[in-house]
Ligand binder design. Structure first.
Ligand code: GLN
Length: 477
Protein backbone atom coordinates (compact mmCIF):
# COMPACT_ATOMS: atom_id res chain seq x y z
CA UNK A 1 0.00 0.00 0.00
CA UNK A 2 1.32 3.43 -0.91
CA UNK A 3 0.86 5.25 2.39
CA UNK A 4 2.39 8.37 0.89
CA UNK A 5 -0.40 8.86 -1.63
CA UNK A 6 -3.18 8.25 0.89
CA UNK A 7 -5.60 10.97 1.99
CA UNK A 8 -8.37 10.75 4.59
CA UNK A 9 -11.12 10.43 1.99
CA UNK A 10 -9.18 7.83 0.00
CA UNK A 11 -8.46 5.75 3.11
CA UNK A 12 -12.07 5.84 4.27
CA UNK A 13 -13.35 5.01 0.78
CA UNK A 14 -10.98 2.04 0.50
CA UNK A 15 -12.15 0.63 3.83
CA UNK A 16 -15.79 1.29 2.95
CA UNK A 17 -15.47 -0.49 -0.41
CA UNK A 18 -13.52 -3.35 1.21
CA UNK A 19 -10.54 -2.76 -1.07
CA UNK A 20 -8.60 -2.85 2.18
CA UNK A 21 -9.49 -3.16 5.84
CA UNK A 22 -9.02 -0.70 8.65
CA UNK A 23 -7.05 -3.44 10.38
CA UNK A 24 -4.55 -3.87 7.57
CA UNK A 25 -4.31 -0.09 7.24
CA UNK A 26 -3.42 0.22 10.93
CA UNK A 27 -0.95 -2.63 10.57
CA UNK A 28 0.68 -0.96 7.57
CA UNK A 29 1.16 2.21 9.60
CA UNK A 30 2.59 0.26 12.55
CA UNK A 31 5.01 -1.48 10.17
CA UNK A 32 6.08 1.91 8.84
CA UNK A 33 6.51 3.23 12.40
CA UNK A 34 8.62 0.24 13.34
CA UNK A 35 10.86 0.79 10.35
CA UNK A 36 11.13 4.57 10.34
CA UNK A 37 10.57 5.84 13.84
CA UNK A 38 13.84 4.70 15.45
CA UNK A 39 15.62 7.48 13.54
CA UNK A 40 12.80 10.08 13.81
CA UNK A 41 11.49 9.66 17.38
CA UNK A 42 7.93 10.81 16.73
CA UNK A 43 6.10 8.31 18.95
CA UNK A 44 6.34 8.02 22.73
CA UNK A 45 3.65 5.37 23.23
CA UNK A 46 1.77 3.08 20.83
CA UNK A 47 -1.84 2.19 21.58
CA UNK A 48 -2.07 -0.97 19.48
CA UNK A 49 -4.87 -2.72 21.39
CA UNK A 50 -7.09 0.31 21.29
CA UNK A 51 -6.29 0.93 17.62
CA UNK A 52 -6.95 -2.62 16.49
CA UNK A 53 -10.21 -2.80 18.44
CA UNK A 54 -11.45 0.35 16.76
CA UNK A 55 -10.23 -0.87 13.35
CA UNK A 56 -12.17 -4.12 13.84
CA UNK A 57 -15.26 -2.08 14.67
CA UNK A 58 -14.90 -0.13 11.41
CA UNK A 59 -14.28 -3.32 9.46
CA UNK A 60 -17.42 -4.92 10.77
CA UNK A 61 -19.45 -1.82 9.84
CA UNK A 62 -18.03 -1.95 6.33
CA UNK A 63 -18.65 -5.70 6.11
CA UNK A 64 -22.31 -5.13 6.97
CA UNK A 65 -22.50 -2.54 4.22
CA UNK A 66 -23.16 0.28 6.67
CA UNK A 67 -21.89 3.75 5.94
CA UNK A 68 -18.66 4.58 7.75
CA UNK A 69 -18.40 7.80 9.75
CA UNK A 70 -16.24 10.58 8.17
CA UNK A 71 -12.95 9.29 9.57
CA UNK A 72 -13.84 5.60 9.44
CA UNK A 73 -10.63 3.58 9.64
CA UNK A 74 -8.32 6.60 9.37
CA UNK A 75 -5.08 6.10 11.37
CA UNK A 76 -4.13 9.14 13.41
CA UNK A 77 -1.59 10.13 16.07
CA UNK A 78 -2.21 12.31 19.11
CA UNK A 79 0.22 14.78 20.67
CA UNK A 80 1.08 13.53 24.13
CA UNK A 81 -0.48 16.56 25.84
CA UNK A 82 -3.97 15.17 25.26
CA UNK A 83 -5.11 12.61 27.81
CA UNK A 84 -6.16 9.16 26.63
CA UNK A 85 -7.99 6.71 28.85
CA UNK A 86 -5.79 3.75 29.69
CA UNK A 87 -2.95 4.98 27.45
CA UNK A 88 0.12 6.56 29.05
CA UNK A 89 0.15 10.35 28.66
CA UNK A 90 3.32 12.19 29.65
CA UNK A 91 3.14 15.71 28.15
CA UNK A 92 6.78 15.06 27.25
CA UNK A 93 7.66 15.25 30.95
CA UNK A 94 9.24 12.96 33.51
CA UNK A 95 6.79 14.25 36.07
CA UNK A 96 4.01 12.38 34.21
CA UNK A 97 6.31 9.53 33.17
CA UNK A 98 3.93 6.79 34.21
CA UNK A 99 0.64 8.60 34.19
CA UNK A 100 -2.28 6.56 32.86
CA UNK A 101 -5.29 8.90 32.56
CA UNK A 102 -8.75 7.67 33.59
CA UNK A 103 -10.53 9.69 30.87
CA UNK A 104 -10.31 10.89 27.27
CA UNK A 105 -9.67 14.36 25.93
CA UNK A 106 -12.84 15.53 24.12
CA UNK A 107 -11.02 16.06 20.81
CA UNK A 108 -9.71 12.48 20.91
CA UNK A 109 -13.11 11.08 21.88
CA UNK A 110 -14.70 12.98 19.00
CA UNK A 111 -12.16 11.67 16.52
CA UNK A 112 -12.82 8.13 17.64
CA UNK A 113 -16.56 8.71 17.50
CA UNK A 114 -15.95 9.79 13.89
CA UNK A 115 -14.26 6.45 13.24
CA UNK A 116 -10.57 7.37 13.56
CA UNK A 117 -8.03 4.78 14.70
CA UNK A 118 -5.67 6.18 17.35
CA UNK A 119 -2.21 4.73 16.67
CA UNK A 120 -0.44 6.26 19.65
CA UNK A 121 0.92 9.31 21.43
CA UNK A 122 3.33 11.72 19.81
CA UNK A 123 6.49 13.27 21.16
CA UNK A 124 6.52 16.97 22.02
CA UNK A 125 8.36 19.58 24.02
CA UNK A 126 7.77 19.19 27.74
CA UNK A 127 4.33 20.66 28.54
CA UNK A 128 4.36 22.06 24.98
CA UNK A 129 7.09 24.56 25.89
CA UNK A 130 9.50 24.94 23.03
CA UNK A 131 9.99 25.50 19.33
CA UNK A 132 12.27 22.60 18.41
CA UNK A 133 11.04 19.54 20.30
CA UNK A 134 14.43 19.43 22.05
CA UNK A 135 12.71 20.07 25.39
CA UNK A 136 11.11 16.62 25.39
CA UNK A 137 12.23 14.76 28.51
CA UNK A 138 12.37 11.55 26.45
CA UNK A 139 14.21 12.21 23.23
CA UNK A 140 14.43 14.82 20.51
CA UNK A 141 12.50 14.38 17.25
CA UNK A 142 14.39 14.56 13.96
CA UNK A 143 12.97 16.30 10.92
CA UNK A 144 12.11 13.62 8.32
CA UNK A 145 13.29 15.96 5.54
CA UNK A 146 16.77 16.30 7.05
CA UNK A 147 17.64 14.24 10.11
CA UNK A 148 20.22 16.77 11.31
CA UNK A 149 17.46 19.35 11.76
CA UNK A 150 14.65 19.93 14.24
CA UNK A 151 11.03 19.27 13.24
CA UNK A 152 9.92 22.45 15.02
CA UNK A 153 7.93 22.46 18.21
CA UNK A 154 6.23 21.93 20.34
CA UNK A 155 4.11 19.57 18.19
CA UNK A 156 7.26 18.21 16.53
CA UNK A 157 6.23 14.57 16.82
CA UNK A 158 2.85 15.34 15.23
CA UNK A 159 4.40 17.11 12.24
CA UNK A 160 7.14 14.51 11.78
CA UNK A 161 4.70 11.58 12.00
CA UNK A 162 2.50 13.02 9.25
CA UNK A 163 5.48 14.03 7.09
CA UNK A 164 7.01 10.54 7.36
CA UNK A 165 3.73 8.67 6.75
CA UNK A 166 3.63 7.32 10.29
CA UNK A 167 0.10 8.73 10.70
CA UNK A 168 -2.38 9.92 8.11
CA UNK A 169 -3.19 12.91 10.31
CA UNK A 170 -2.32 14.08 13.81
CA UNK A 171 -3.62 16.35 16.52
CA UNK A 172 -1.31 19.02 17.87
CA UNK A 173 -1.74 21.95 20.22
CA UNK A 174 -0.89 25.59 19.65
CA UNK A 175 -0.23 28.10 22.42
CA UNK A 176 2.33 30.24 20.61
CA UNK A 177 2.77 28.57 17.23
CA UNK A 178 3.17 24.92 18.10
CA UNK A 179 0.93 23.59 15.32
CA UNK A 180 1.85 26.01 12.55
CA UNK A 181 5.62 26.24 13.02
CA UNK A 182 6.33 22.48 13.04
CA UNK A 183 3.93 22.05 10.11
CA UNK A 184 5.99 24.61 8.24
CA UNK A 185 9.32 22.97 9.19
CA UNK A 186 8.17 19.50 8.10
CA UNK A 187 6.26 20.47 4.97
CA UNK A 188 2.73 19.60 6.11
CA UNK A 189 -0.49 21.54 6.72
CA UNK A 190 -1.14 22.77 10.28
CA UNK A 191 -4.37 24.46 11.39
CA UNK A 192 -4.89 26.37 14.62
CA UNK A 193 -8.63 27.02 15.07
CA UNK A 194 -10.15 30.06 16.80
CA UNK A 195 -9.87 30.06 20.59
CA UNK A 196 -13.00 28.29 21.81
CA UNK A 197 -13.68 26.43 18.56
CA UNK A 198 -12.35 23.12 19.88
CA UNK A 199 -12.83 21.97 23.46
CA UNK A 200 -9.73 21.99 25.66
CA UNK A 201 -11.17 19.38 28.00
CA UNK A 202 -8.43 16.82 28.53
CA UNK A 203 -5.68 18.99 27.05
CA UNK A 204 -2.97 19.23 29.71
CA UNK A 205 -2.93 22.97 30.35
CA UNK A 206 0.04 25.17 29.49
CA UNK A 207 -1.49 28.66 29.17
CA UNK A 208 -5.26 28.39 29.38
CA UNK A 209 -6.13 31.66 27.61
CA UNK A 210 -3.99 30.65 24.61
CA UNK A 211 -4.08 26.82 24.30
CA UNK A 212 -5.84 25.31 21.28
CA UNK A 213 -6.07 21.90 19.68
CA UNK A 214 -5.90 21.48 15.91
CA UNK A 215 -4.97 19.11 13.08
CA UNK A 216 -1.71 18.50 11.21
CA UNK A 217 -2.36 16.84 7.87
CA UNK A 218 -0.96 16.32 4.38
CA UNK A 219 -3.65 18.33 2.62
CA UNK A 220 -5.93 21.28 3.38
CA UNK A 221 -8.97 19.10 2.68
CA UNK A 222 -7.81 16.64 5.35
CA UNK A 223 -7.44 19.51 7.83
CA UNK A 224 -11.00 20.62 7.05
CA UNK A 225 -12.30 17.09 7.65
CA UNK A 226 -10.52 16.70 10.99
CA UNK A 227 -11.54 20.15 12.21
CA UNK A 228 -15.18 19.42 11.45
CA UNK A 229 -14.96 16.24 13.53
CA UNK A 230 -13.45 17.86 16.63
CA UNK A 231 -15.03 21.35 16.63
CA UNK A 232 -18.05 22.60 18.55
CA UNK A 233 -19.37 23.31 22.00
CA UNK A 234 -18.51 20.86 24.76
CA UNK A 235 -20.26 21.10 28.13
CA UNK A 236 -17.00 19.97 29.75
CA UNK A 237 -15.17 23.15 28.68
CA UNK A 238 -16.88 26.41 29.62
CA UNK A 239 -14.65 28.32 27.17
CA UNK A 240 -15.74 26.25 24.19
CA UNK A 241 -18.01 28.37 22.04
CA UNK A 242 -21.64 27.86 21.14
CA UNK A 243 -20.96 28.75 17.49
CA UNK A 244 -22.33 26.55 14.69
CA UNK A 245 -19.68 24.44 12.92
CA UNK A 246 -19.85 24.84 9.14
CA UNK A 247 -19.24 22.12 6.57
CA UNK A 248 -15.62 23.13 6.05
CA UNK A 249 -15.06 20.96 2.98
CA UNK A 250 -18.00 22.50 1.14
CA UNK A 251 -16.99 26.02 2.23
CA UNK A 252 -13.39 25.46 1.23
CA UNK A 253 -14.32 24.73 -2.37
CA UNK A 254 -15.93 28.10 -2.98
CA UNK A 255 -13.92 30.28 -5.37
CA UNK A 256 -11.42 32.76 -3.92
CA UNK A 257 -11.84 35.29 -6.71
CA UNK A 258 -12.28 38.77 -5.28
CA UNK A 259 -11.28 37.84 -1.75
CA UNK A 260 -9.16 40.59 -0.21
CA UNK A 261 -5.92 39.31 1.30
CA UNK A 262 -3.84 41.56 3.54
CA UNK A 263 -0.07 41.68 3.61
CA UNK A 264 1.52 43.43 6.60
CA UNK A 265 4.97 44.95 6.26
CA UNK A 266 5.64 44.12 9.92
CA UNK A 267 5.95 40.46 8.92
CA UNK A 268 8.50 41.04 6.18
CA UNK A 269 11.14 43.05 8.02
CA UNK A 270 14.53 42.34 9.48
CA UNK A 271 15.25 38.78 10.56
CA UNK A 272 13.23 37.18 7.77
CA UNK A 273 15.39 34.71 5.87
CA UNK A 274 15.75 35.76 2.23
CA UNK A 275 14.79 32.36 0.82
CA UNK A 276 11.71 32.18 3.05
CA UNK A 277 10.77 35.66 1.90
CA UNK A 278 11.13 34.65 -1.75
CA UNK A 279 8.88 31.58 -1.38
CA UNK A 280 6.21 33.48 0.55
CA UNK A 281 6.22 36.38 -1.91
CA UNK A 282 5.84 33.93 -4.78
CA UNK A 283 2.90 32.32 -2.97
CA UNK A 284 1.25 35.72 -2.57
CA UNK A 285 1.71 36.34 -6.29
CA UNK A 286 0.13 33.01 -7.07
CA UNK A 287 -2.95 33.89 -5.01
CA UNK A 288 -3.10 37.23 -6.83
CA UNK A 289 -3.04 35.17 -10.03
CA UNK A 290 -6.07 33.24 -8.77
CA UNK A 291 -8.02 36.49 -8.64
CA UNK A 292 -7.47 37.55 -5.02
CA UNK A 293 -6.85 41.19 -4.35
CA UNK A 294 -3.67 41.80 -2.36
CA UNK A 295 -4.05 44.73 0.03
CA UNK A 296 -1.34 46.26 2.23
CA UNK A 297 -2.35 46.35 5.91
CA UNK A 298 -0.59 47.45 9.07
CA UNK A 299 -0.33 45.57 12.36
CA UNK A 300 1.65 48.20 14.25
CA UNK A 301 2.01 46.45 17.62
CA UNK A 302 3.57 43.28 16.19
CA UNK A 303 6.99 44.11 17.63
CA UNK A 304 5.60 43.75 21.18
CA UNK A 305 4.09 40.32 20.60
CA UNK A 306 7.03 38.18 21.76
CA UNK A 307 7.56 39.88 25.15
CA UNK A 308 3.80 39.99 25.68
CA UNK A 309 3.42 36.31 24.85
CA UNK A 310 6.29 35.23 27.09
CA UNK A 311 4.78 37.09 30.05
CA UNK A 312 1.20 35.91 29.59
CA UNK A 313 2.18 32.32 28.73
CA UNK A 314 4.67 31.93 31.58
CA UNK A 315 2.32 33.55 34.11
CA UNK A 316 -0.47 31.15 33.23
CA UNK A 317 1.94 28.21 33.10
CA UNK A 318 3.29 28.95 36.58
CA UNK A 319 -0.24 28.70 37.91
CA UNK A 320 -1.29 25.66 35.84
CA UNK A 321 1.82 23.68 36.72
CA UNK A 322 1.36 24.18 40.46
CA UNK A 323 -0.85 21.07 40.45
CA UNK A 324 2.14 18.80 39.82
CA UNK A 325 3.27 18.24 43.37
CA UNK A 326 3.80 14.50 43.58
CA UNK A 327 0.72 13.98 45.75
CA UNK A 328 -2.21 12.84 43.63
CA UNK A 329 -0.53 11.56 40.49
CA UNK A 330 2.72 11.67 38.59
CA UNK A 331 6.28 11.33 39.79
CA UNK A 332 7.01 11.45 43.53
CA UNK A 333 10.52 11.76 44.94
CA UNK A 334 11.14 8.85 47.29
CA UNK A 335 13.83 10.24 49.52
CA UNK A 336 12.04 13.19 51.17
CA UNK A 337 11.62 13.49 54.94
CA UNK A 338 9.05 16.29 55.13
CA UNK A 339 6.05 17.26 53.05
CA UNK A 340 7.60 20.40 51.63
CA UNK A 341 10.80 18.53 50.83
CA UNK A 342 8.68 15.99 48.96
CA UNK A 343 7.07 18.77 46.91
CA UNK A 344 10.39 20.40 46.18
CA UNK A 345 12.23 17.24 45.23
CA UNK A 346 9.37 15.88 43.12
CA UNK A 347 9.21 19.10 41.14
CA UNK A 348 12.98 19.42 40.99
CA UNK A 349 13.48 15.91 39.58
CA UNK A 350 10.27 15.84 37.56
CA UNK A 351 10.49 19.09 35.59
CA UNK A 352 13.11 19.90 32.97
CA UNK A 353 15.15 23.10 32.69
CA UNK A 354 12.85 24.99 30.31
CA UNK A 355 9.74 24.25 32.37
CA UNK A 356 11.50 25.49 35.50
CA UNK A 357 12.60 28.63 33.66
CA UNK A 358 8.99 29.32 32.66
CA UNK A 359 7.65 28.70 36.17
CA UNK A 360 10.19 31.13 37.59
CA UNK A 361 9.53 33.79 34.94
CA UNK A 362 5.77 33.46 35.40
CA UNK A 363 5.90 33.49 39.19
CA UNK A 364 8.05 36.63 39.04
CA UNK A 365 5.69 38.37 36.60
CA UNK A 366 2.73 37.65 38.88
CA UNK A 367 4.35 38.50 42.19
CA UNK A 368 3.24 41.46 44.28
CA UNK A 369 4.96 44.63 43.16
CA UNK A 370 5.71 43.29 39.68
CA UNK A 371 2.19 42.33 38.67
CA UNK A 372 1.32 45.84 37.41
CA UNK A 373 4.63 46.34 35.67
CA UNK A 374 4.57 43.03 33.80
CA UNK A 375 1.38 41.00 33.78
CA UNK A 376 -1.08 43.88 33.69
CA UNK A 377 1.02 45.70 31.10
CA UNK A 378 1.17 42.56 28.98
CA UNK A 379 -2.61 42.19 29.15
CA UNK A 380 -2.98 45.75 27.90
CA UNK A 381 -0.61 45.19 25.00
CA UNK A 382 -2.55 42.03 24.23
CA UNK A 383 -5.63 44.20 23.75
CA UNK A 384 -3.70 46.42 21.35
CA UNK A 385 -2.73 43.36 19.33
CA UNK A 386 -6.39 42.28 19.21
CA UNK A 387 -7.30 45.75 17.94
CA UNK A 388 -4.58 45.66 15.28
CA UNK A 389 -6.27 42.60 13.79
CA UNK A 390 -9.77 44.04 14.20
CA UNK A 391 -8.69 47.10 12.25
CA UNK A 392 -7.04 45.07 9.51
CA UNK A 393 -10.01 42.73 9.16
CA UNK A 394 -12.24 45.71 8.45
CA UNK A 395 -10.66 45.82 5.00
CA UNK A 396 -9.43 42.27 4.31
CA UNK A 397 -10.81 38.72 4.53
CA UNK A 398 -7.53 37.08 5.56
CA UNK A 399 -3.88 38.00 6.13
CA UNK A 400 -0.84 36.34 4.52
CA UNK A 401 2.50 36.05 6.32
CA UNK A 402 5.45 33.68 6.55
CA UNK A 403 4.83 31.06 9.26
CA UNK A 404 8.38 31.21 10.58
CA UNK A 405 11.26 33.59 9.87
CA UNK A 406 13.54 30.66 8.92
CA UNK A 407 13.32 27.10 7.69
CA UNK A 408 14.14 24.22 10.07
CA UNK A 409 17.33 24.85 12.03
CA UNK A 410 19.90 22.29 13.18
CA UNK A 411 19.47 20.24 16.32
CA UNK A 412 21.49 21.90 19.06
CA UNK A 413 21.70 25.22 17.22
CA UNK A 414 19.52 27.18 19.64
CA UNK A 415 19.20 25.02 22.75
CA UNK A 416 21.63 27.08 24.80
CA UNK A 417 20.11 30.38 23.76
CA UNK A 418 16.49 30.53 24.97
CA UNK A 419 16.05 34.08 23.68
CA UNK A 420 16.86 33.18 20.10
CA UNK A 421 14.56 30.16 20.45
CA UNK A 422 11.76 32.45 21.64
CA UNK A 423 12.30 34.76 18.65
CA UNK A 424 11.51 31.87 16.30
CA UNK A 425 7.85 32.37 17.34
CA UNK A 426 7.66 35.95 16.13
CA UNK A 427 5.08 35.39 13.36
CA UNK A 428 2.91 32.86 15.19
CA UNK A 429 2.32 34.23 18.71
CA UNK A 430 0.25 37.21 17.49
CA UNK A 431 -2.66 35.00 16.40
CA UNK A 432 -2.56 33.09 19.69
CA UNK A 433 -2.73 36.33 21.67
CA UNK A 434 -5.57 37.65 19.49
CA UNK A 435 -7.56 34.41 19.62
CA UNK A 436 -7.88 34.25 15.81
CA UNK A 437 -7.37 31.15 13.62
CA UNK A 438 -4.33 30.50 11.44
CA UNK A 439 -3.14 27.85 9.04
CA UNK A 440 0.29 27.02 7.67
CA UNK A 441 0.43 25.52 4.21
CA UNK A 442 3.63 24.39 2.42
CA UNK A 443 4.75 26.98 -0.13
CA UNK A 444 8.07 25.90 -1.52
CA UNK A 445 11.53 24.92 -0.44
CA UNK A 446 14.88 26.50 0.24
CA UNK A 447 18.00 25.57 -1.77
CA UNK A 448 18.68 22.91 0.85
CA UNK A 449 15.26 21.35 0.16
CA UNK A 450 13.81 22.53 3.45
CA UNK A 451 10.07 23.28 3.41
CA UNK A 452 8.74 26.81 3.82
CA UNK A 453 5.27 27.63 5.17
CA UNK A 454 2.77 30.29 4.15
CA UNK A 455 0.64 31.40 7.10
CA UNK A 456 -2.94 32.53 6.52
CA UNK A 457 -4.67 34.29 9.43
CA UNK A 458 -8.43 34.79 9.63
CA UNK A 459 -11.22 36.44 11.58
CA UNK A 460 -12.63 34.89 14.75
CA UNK A 461 -14.53 31.69 13.90
CA UNK A 462 -13.81 32.12 10.20
CA UNK A 463 -11.68 29.01 9.67
CA UNK A 464 -13.74 28.47 6.52
CA UNK A 465 -12.10 31.40 4.72
CA UNK A 466 -8.52 30.52 5.62
CA UNK A 467 -9.15 26.92 4.57
CA UNK A 468 -10.55 28.21 1.31
CA UNK A 469 -7.52 30.38 0.62
CA UNK A 470 -5.14 27.58 1.63
CA UNK A 471 -6.99 25.11 -0.57
CA UNK A 472 -6.95 27.48 -3.55
CA UNK A 473 -3.23 27.97 -3.07
CA UNK A 474 -2.62 24.23 -2.80
CA UNK A 475 -4.62 23.63 -6.00
CA UNK A 476 -2.78 26.35 -7.90
CA UNK A 477 0.66 25.18 -6.72
N1 GLN B 1 7.37 27.98 21.11
C1 GLN B 1 6.37 28.55 21.96
C2 GLN B 1 6.72 28.33 23.41
O1 GLN B 1 7.72 27.76 23.64
C3 GLN B 1 5.04 27.99 21.61
C4 GLN B 1 4.65 26.77 22.32
C5 GLN B 1 3.28 26.30 21.96
O2 GLN B 1 2.63 26.82 21.05
N2 GLN B 1 2.82 25.32 22.69
O3 GLN B 1 6.03 28.73 24.30
Amino acid sequence: MDLNALTIEAARAAVQARRTTATSLAEAFYAKIEKTDPEIGAYLTLSKDRALEQAARMDSLAAKGEELPPLGGVPIGIKDVMVTRGVRTTAGSKILGNYIPPYDCTAVARLEAAGAVVLGKLNCDEFAMGSSNENSAWRPVHNPRDLSRVPGGSSGGSAAAVAADMALAALGSDTGGSIRQPASFCGVVGLMPTYGRVSRYGLIAFASSLDRIGPLTKTVRDAAIVLRAIAGRDPMDATSAEVPVPDYVAEMEKPVRELKLGVAKEYFGEGLDSEVRKSVEAAIQRLAGSGCEIVPVSLPHTEYAIPTYYIVATAEASSNLARFDGVRYGYRARDARTLSEMYRRSRDHGFGAEVKRRIMLGTYALSAGYYDAYYLKAQRVRTLLVRDFEEAFKTVDAILTPTSPTAAFKLGEKVDDPLSMYLADIFTVTADLAGIPGISVPCGETKENLPVGLQILGKHFDEATILRVAHAYEQAA
